[in-house]
Design a protein around this ligand. Structure first.
Ligand code: NAD
Length: 339
């Protein structure tokens, strides 16, 4: 907290629709008089000794403020440069990615009452970036699972389960095939569970979870799912689809000292700059951030205005939610609904 009573938060506006949705957040925060001062930073990758790194000012800002809100960053496919999202997660050791997914009352989808949360291991697994060409036409990609990284994310999930009063952990895995790697994740969960006698522990194969989740998602309302990196990536898009798409789902990248909150979606180059982006996912990520900072009053106020606006009819919703409003109009409506 600064002398003026405000908290400084690092803001990474991001690429593509990042600019538009970050503006929406800034406008709504100003109107709601949230005691936050944004510190915008540039994260354009820099090559130092052949390695992609973040600009030092951005790193310093995040370490100083401990909390950041981040728009999506584009990653070129198949080029030499490492994903900036991965670089951020590694630089700040953001080992747990929390992804809640909740139906919005008043926006009808084939599924009602979805209320899931999954925690994705955020630092290793299939995203370790260890790939080699053995001979032309044969490549190898290493899925790295370590006990320390499994342990910290699983511990985080148990703590989270207690905190949100869903005292059931479901480990989603494929240890039937990946006996050593997913097996280590599963066995680590069994060990960690000994310290949490008040939280129950269950296991499910990922393919079965996909089937059951799309058949009746309410079966997962009272559990906290935890899983290795790639499964979490895929399962969270699947969960988004149940409630109306990527325009709606927030996330928090949590570490021991730093947390970075961001939408699940990417930079949406197909609609960038067209006033079509739905800022809800980034806004709800910022609401998670406010709760993390114990600014619940402002979190509740902003969340209520967002949900009320979406529920108020297609004329006030963005196109991805079968609506007619642009990013700007939707933002203005939310501001009008702030109490
Ligand atoms: P994407 O999430 O950007 O887009 C997928 C589809 O969803 C597109 O049709 C897009 O228009 C739509 N969409 C996404 N967010 C929306 C929103 N807020 N409002 C309305 N529609 C929305 O995924 P992609 O096209 O596979 O990836 C584009 C770029 O984003 C890539 O460079 C990728 O690497 C990057 N990416 C970044 C992150 C991140 O920063 N965390 C996450 C995923 C992808």
């Amino acid at each position: 907290k600064n002398k003026d009573g405000k908290y400084t938060v690092t803001l990474i506006e991001g690429d593509g629709i990042g600019i538009e949705i970050s503006k929406s957040v800034k406008d709504i925060y100003a109107a709601a008089e949230v005691p936050i001062k944004w510190e915008p930073v540039d994260v354009t990758p820099q090559l130092v000794n052949g390695k992609t790194t973040l600009p030092q000012e951005a790193v310093d800002s995040v370490f100083k403020n401990k909390v950041a809100l981040k728009g999506p960053l584009a990653t070129p496919i198949g080029k030499g440069h490492v994903s900036m999202n991965l670089t951020l997660r590694r630089t700040f050791n953001l080992f747990a990615n929390v992804r809640p997914c909740k139906s919005i009352v008043g926006y009808k989808t084939p599924y009602d009452n979805v209320d899931t949360v999954l925690i994705r291991e955020n630092t290793e697994g299939e995203y370790s970036g260890i790939e080699h060409t053995i001979v032309p036409g044969v490549v190898q990609s290493i899925k790295l699972i370590t006990k320390p990284a499994s342990e910290r994310v699983i511990k985080y999930a148990f703590e989270y389960a207690r905190h949100v009063n869903k005292p059931k952990i479901l480990v989603v895995h494929k240890a039937s095939i990946m006996k050593l790697s997913d097996g280590l994740f599963v066995n680590t969960a069994k060990e960690v569970a000994k310290d949490y006698p008040d939280v129950s522990l269950d296991f499910e194969l990922i393919d079965n979870t996909c089937l059951k989740l799309t058949t009746d998602p309410t079966q997962y309302s009272d559990v906290v799912m935890v899983m290795p990196n790639l499964y979490g990536d895929i399962m969270s898009d699947l969960s988004s689809g149940l409630i109306g798409g990527l325009g709606l789902t927030p996330s928090g990248n949590m570490g021991n000292n730093v947390s970075i909150f961001e939408a699940v979606h990417g930079s949406a180059p197909d609609i960038a700059g067209m006033n079509l982006a739905n800022p809800t996912a980034l806004l709800l990520s910022s609401v998670m951030m406010l709760r993390h900072m114990s600014l619940d009053f402002y979190a509740d106020k902003i969340e209520k205005a967002i949900l009320q606006t979406i529920a108020s009819g297609p004329e006030n919703r963005t196109k991805d939610l079968r609506g007619q409003a642009g990013t700007d109009e939707f933002t203005k409506k939310i501001i009008a609904n702030l109490e």
